[in-house]
Design a protein around this ligand. Sequence first.
Ligand SMILES: Cc1ncc(COP(=O)(O)O)c(C=O)c1O
Length: 395
Amino acid sequence: MSNHDYSFETQLLHNQYKFDPATGGVSVPVQYASTYHQPSVDKFGKYDYSRSLNPTREAVEEIIAGLEGGTRGFAFSSGMAAISTAFLLLSQGDHVVVTEDVYGGTFRMVSQVLTRFGIEHTFVDMTDLAAVKEAVRPNTKLFYAETPSNPLMKVTDIQAISDIAKEHGALTFVDNTFMTPYLQRPLELGADIVLHSATKFLGGHSDTVSGLAVVKDEELGNRLYSLQNAFGAVLGVQDAWLVMRGIKTLSVRMQQSQENAIKIANFLKDHPLVKKVHYPGFEDHPQYEIHKKQSYGPGAVLSFELESEQLLKDFVNNVKLPVFAVSLGAVESILSYPTKMSHAAMPAEVREKRGISDSLLRLSVGLESADDMIKDFEESLRVSSAHASHQGGIR
Ligand SMILES: Cc1ncc(COP(=O)(O)O)c(C=O)c1O
């Protein structure tokens, strides 16, 4: 039985790294060595220097490649290191079409760094395929999608974008951070590179900053390997081990967090002080059918808009259970404020144009009881609304 005959849950635990063949140890050994003794001048071993290849990093790279249905994985020192290194596949004069409500750090990389190297870009609403086609130029070499998007949870049709890219001989990158391979596998839908901030659901415990990339095509894998080695933003071994430990419980964490998120999203949707909830699990989400077709569930991240910025400030001050922090995808629920956190790198007028309002909060739902979370939110909204109306914050 090959590993791929097993269900995803089983594959998370039963791979070639289930135990260490040298000792039988049921955990991948952390190899701290930066360099490796070579047998002779004429014969070098598999490992020579840890930036180029390290057995602990190699383990997480092969594990994520298997889970995403790719042939080769790469581990980087952060999600942004993975994304930035993948962008280095482009050359001066190339053009990239990017989804418009992309993660703020990716927005910064595309708009402030790539431009200095003569790489052009167009931001488009990737839910609008006609707009995507219109954005194509003769020098378009890449389509960059993030789905569901951050923070408005818009859904891009991965297959449709990949088809457009192929028609133009261009590549498709998909940031799969919000879904993980448990819920969505972009390579199976035609994407060329899948990218992750493994800092989020894959690591899962708010204790490592790390990034992953997976490719299907061997030649593309060789090019990305060469860039990983050239740029050198590789993942350290302790973090590689933490990501592997996180991955072992990915399915149960995602399942439970998603179940909790569905309950909390429904609670927020019915609350009179909540103007809008963005969550791809709602049947009235504009791309509900597309998301259903290309994924195995709506995930554990949602965003919601409160009646006013004052109410938002009071709500954040009063709420007790979620941590108020940058990041997502952890065992604890994380509430964040895109305007001042993930999307602070985006100019205010751009945020406004893209619908990222100053009264929008993003919630990454963790493993606390959903009932406790709902009680906490209910109470915080009640106290905050009394305070905000006193301040004249709500109509
Ligand atoms: C969707 C998405 N992609 C990429 C990143 C960047 O990852 P990192 O913070 O690990 O560099 C983030 C971080 O928040 C993210 O949310």
